[in-house]
Ligand binder design. Structure first.
Ligand code: ATP
Ligand code: MG
Ligand code: ZN
Length: 342
């Protein structure tokens, strides 16, 4: 109990809540460890009498929006996008959970500043790790006995791990569950399609032609699993020219250096729209930004650590677009401004 990271918060919250009860004049709180009996009692209560191994998000009445973040290839910024969207959504008061389903990467906990925290277990139920801003996180890496352990994850094992993260973890009532998928169109995508067919898919790509082609494949895969692709996010779209910063401040057009080429995101959005026969919009273009990388390394997402940076504003705007809509995007103003080309 002495090492409990939430000790102060629990003491504060309980004191405030109990102190507010009429007739209570003072609160004296001492914390201890649950007995076995109390633990199984708590587990019963949390499950609400339901059987174990049920994925709450796959139930017909579930109100949680499930968004899987996919990409064709690695390193395009999928995890960065996932943690920043989660953080931006949580900042608006939503209850947000993040599942890091990238077996090879599992960088999400580090990007959210909880790399060294292990999930707490109540009997065979796992508590997600809370970040300081209230996002709940579970990583496939946290389920391994040791962090440096190398495991050859194959289909059935991956499937079991994914189900465990969805069914054995006590998520509570979430508004949004974001899943960071491994890159490509592999086993995890198939498992996810089977266990969470109602998940919506966001495709992240960079502007290059080659990247957009593989991103299209990831989108097609999602559709084959009967999941709706809700949009495309282009990351690393441009670098705001540092020499022209003056011009921008004076209200002049920004000079965008297109390090990875241009047009990939729009291309993926167009191709998928044509292929599926419904609108797959380009939701945004996130510029390259040193503080985005630094925020990821430091465990502080840029939407929180440097909110006025253009990349942070774009990520927050995309989060707002995703949450502000219903099940379809028809008639929605996305507020995209075309990139100026020099
Ligand atoms: N817009 C950006 N500006 C600057 N750095 C970025 C940007 N997007 C991502 N990065 C950096 O690029 C690296 C790769 O990003 P990230 O880990 O989010 O990609 P990924 O698609 O999840 O990769 P992987 O396939 O390895 O899981 C990270 O160091 C991240 O901080
Ligand atoms: Mg990643
Ligand atoms: Zn310039």
């Amino acid at each position: 109990m002495a090492g409990c990271p939430l000790k102060d918060k629990i003491t504060r919250d309980v004191t405030a809540a109990v102190g507010a009860v009429p007739g209570v004049t003072s609160v004296d709180l001492s914390l201890g460890v649950m007995t076995d009996e109390q633990r199984s009692g708590l587990q019963q209560t949390l499950r609400g009498g339901k059987a174990a191994k049920e994925i709450p998000f796959a139930q017909p009445g579930s109100l949680t929006k499930v968004i899987a973040v996919a990409s064709g290839k690695g390193g395009v910024g999928k995890s960065s996008v996932t943690v920043n969207l989660a953080q931006a959504m949580a900042a608006t008061g939503l209850k947000v959970g993040v599942v890091d389903a990238d077996i090879y990467g599992h960088s999400v906990p580090a990007m959210l500043g909880v790399a060294d925290t292990r999930p707490m277990q109540v009997e065979d139920m796992i508590m997600p790790v809370p970040t300081s801003s209230g996002v709940s996180v579970i990583s496939i890496g946290m389920l391994k006995p040791r962090r440096d352990q190398v495991v050859a994850w194959r289909g059935p094992m991956l499937d079991r791990a994914l189900v465990q993260m969805l069914a054995d973890v006590y998520w509570g009532d979430l508004d949004v569950l974001l899943l960071d998928l491994p890159p490509g169109t592999g086993d995890v995508a198939i498992s996810l399609g089977q266990h969470l067919p109602n998940a919506e898919v966001l495709v992240v790509t960079t502007p290059q032609d080659a990247a957009s082609e593989v991103a299209e494949r990831a989108g097609t895969m999602a559709s084959m699993m009967h999941q709706r692709v809700i949009g495309v996010i282009e990351n690393m779209s441009y670098l705001a020219c540092p020499h022209c910063a003056q011009g921008t401040e004076a209200g002049g057009p920004e000079h965008r250096i297109e390090i990875f080429g241009s047009g990939g995101g729009a291309q993926v959005a167009r191709t998928l729209s044509e292929r599926f026969g419904y609108d797959v919009p380009l939701l945004g273009e996130i510029p390259l930004e040193a503080t985005l990388r630094e925020g990821g390394d430091a465990g502080k997402p840029i939407v929180d650590s440097d909110p006025s940076a253009p990349a942070a504003r774009e990520l927050a705007r995309i989060a707002g677009t995703l949450m502000g809509r219903g099940r379809g995007l028809a008639g929605l103003q996305l507020g995209l401004t075309p990139a100026s080309r020099f």
